[in-house]
Write a protein that binds this ligand. Structure first.
Ligand code: NAD
Length: 254
């Protein structure tokens, strides 16, 4: 049990999820870091003042239920769920995308978000309060070629967010989505490799291509995204629900 507010963050061992976990911890939250990579999650959780690591493959609905139960056993409540875990495949023409690739992306990005959310709803309903923050992408609002499963999954997360906001407002639960542009993480490294292969250009040329796509001319950082999530988890955002927040250097309007 804890007197701190409690956040459960999925995909928390690395990248954006780790930055979110660190920022929420700095803001006074007890944080449950859930990740498929439990070793990395454990190593990062011990660095925070009040945190626990939980093994969680978001594709598994049983894991989602167990992670919620373990967080409640440890902390007694869950104030914030951040559905951050996500993946992408290398860029491909759609005719070449395999069944396995399609399932992989939809299972993690869409079904994973659904399973974790479904598992936490009864707790937040009983509390009559809760914040659900879903990590979509600028590609959850604007299309792009050669990454159709990712775009479809992130548009679906945007729709899921709005549907749940309408359903859960009566229970005092807000649901919002965050839409990063390009953030230097392992996920983005894979996207850059994919573009470099697809176009037959160097990794540097692929990086230049992405930078030129951003009106403000720079990638966003993991800390930029974490700050937006921290705002949505704060009291200042208590009346915001069903909203989509781009943090993309202007990509969404380019
Ligand atoms: N990096 C970007 O440019 C960018 C842009 C827009 C949106 N996003 C979104 O931000 C989120 C985080 O992305 P990132 O760039 O930090 O990715 P990342 O690959 O750097 O980190 C992802 C984390 O999720 C974990 N993970 C992977 N599969 C999982 C599973 N099945 N179950 C539980 N955990 C799993 C990984 O172990 C890792 O810790 C994703 O939803 C991604 O789509 C990223």
């Amino acid at each position: 049990m804890t007197s701190r507010p409690v956040a459960l963050v999925t995909g928390a061992a690395k990248g954006i999820g780790l930055a979110i976990s660190r920022r929420l911890a700095a803001d006074g939250f007890a944080v449950a870091l859930s990740d498929i990579d439990i070793r990395e999650a454990e190593a990062r959780a011990v660095e925070l003042p009040d945190a626990v690591s939980l093994e969680h493959d978001v594709r598994n609905p049983g894991h989602a239920r167990r992670v919620v139960e373990e967080t409640l056993t440890r902390y007694g409540r869950i104030d914030v769920l951040v559905n951050n875990a996500g993946t992408n495949i290398h860029s491909h023409p759609t005719a070449e995308i395999t069944d396995e690739d399609l399932d992989f992306v939809l299972d993690i990005n869409l079904k994973g978000t659904f399973y974790s959310t479904r598992a936490v709803i009864p707790t937040m309903q009983a509390q009559k309060a809760g914040r659900i923050i879903n990590m979509s992408s600028v590609l959850g609002l604007k299309p792009a070629p050669y990454v159709a499963p990712y775009v479809a999954s992130k548009f679906a997360v945007t729709g899921l967010t709005q549907s749940l906001a309408a359903e859960l407002a009566k229970d005092g639960i807000t649901v919002n989505s965050v839409h990063p542009g390009i953030v230097a993480t392992e996920l983005h490294d894979r996207v850059t490799e994919g573009l470099s292969r697809l176009r037959g250009v160097s990794l540097d040329a692929a990086t230049d291509y992405f930078e030129k796509e951003i009106p403000l001319g720079r990638y966003q950082t993991v800390d930029d995204v974490a700050a937006l999530v921290a705002f949505l988890a704060s009291d200042a955002a208590k009346d915001i629900t069903g909203s989509s927040f781009k943090i993309d250097g202007g990509m969404g309007v380019a």
